[in-house]
Design a protein. Sequence first.
Length: 255
Amino acid sequence: MHGRLHQQSRVQETLDLDNPVTRRRRLVFGLGLIALGLAAVPLDGSVRDFLWTRRVGGDVKRELEFLQQFGAISSIVLIALAILLLDPADGRLKWRRIADIAGAAALSGLIGNFLKMFFGRPRPLFDDPMHLLGPLGKYPVETPSGGVRLMSAWELGAKGVSDLWSIPSSHAMAGACLAFCLSALYPKLRPLSVALAVIVCSARVLLNAHYVSDVLIGAALGWMIAAFALRKELGSRLATLAAPSLRPNARPATD
């Protein structure tokens, strides 16, 4: 019991996720970002037109394409390895932290993909920022043969269907989700992780993959989903089902 309380206190000292004041601040921040994203919708077309004729290229484009993967599976794997190698905490706590990061990322991905298909907003390449398909709508999309057909955002696996998945930006959600996790678990990494999330959002707009409103709303959702997942310890709770030894009160294995 003493070991469990000691470990839980160490986690709470690092996360401080149950503090009512900080919880309200996170909620206000997330809702504020969503409101800002909604306010940006009328400007999406103008920003898109400005950037469409001033596309980035060369090394700048390659660097942005690389940095925008912060929050993707490969970056989570690398961070997990870094935690295992560099985190001074005991092995059980390190694995629980990795599981919580993975759990938050998985939840963010599931919610993000559902919302993409539910709203069905065409990407900037269509230059139609005010159009939302909704659950039942269809949109003319070019087929591999060069023709055009009406397509629903729910047609998983169909070529070109991802062009109807503009809002929310899953890259922005993933980047903000990972930034929150790292900021909460390792506060010294907060400036770097938040900066990387901002770069991810900027890259998606500069590369003409999303509108400004897409990334603002995506970042807000990723931030709030990560806060919820970490506070509930969803990842580590699921991990303990497969590996009971990860439970805080589990006794270490003996020879």
